[in-house]
Design a binder for this molecule. Sequence first.
Ligand SMILES: [Zn+2]
Length: 84
Amino acid sequence: MPKMKCICGNIIKLNDIPNPNELLMISETEYDKYDGFVDSEKLYMEMKTIVKCDNCYRLYIYENGINEEPIIYQLEKGQWNKMI
Ligand SMILES: [Zn+2]
């Protein structure tokens, strides 16, 4: 996936490795299975890939792998209220 077109029209470049537009995510539950020295390749395989648009900040979360359709999150407009 050398590049992709965001819904906003921006072309997200993904050819650099490591890439500032690709994020990695793991749940705390999955992460808690690791302790001490960690095999970075094994940890990498557990993580979900997220692609961030560097124009509109949409997030494309590849929950089921990079070859499946992502879940897309759009930046919320308005005021942020701290959780209480
Ligand atoms: Zn975008």
